[in-house]
Write a protein of this length. Sequence first.
Length: 68
Amino acid sequence: MEKLSQFIDKLSNFFAPRKGLLPLVGMGLVILNFFVGLLPLGWLSSSDLLLHLGIVIAILGLMLAWAL
């Protein structure tokens, strides 16, 4: 439990000065999903995995930026 607490502290200290990093990464994944959808890449282009992952990361980044 102590290692988890230390990990969360380090993660918080990393993202405190970089509040917009996670929303930018999320938006990048959404844009990348658009271009992947144009190519026939099988399950990756049909599942919209990058879209869903990008939206979740962007929302978590916004909530984290609000808290910090």
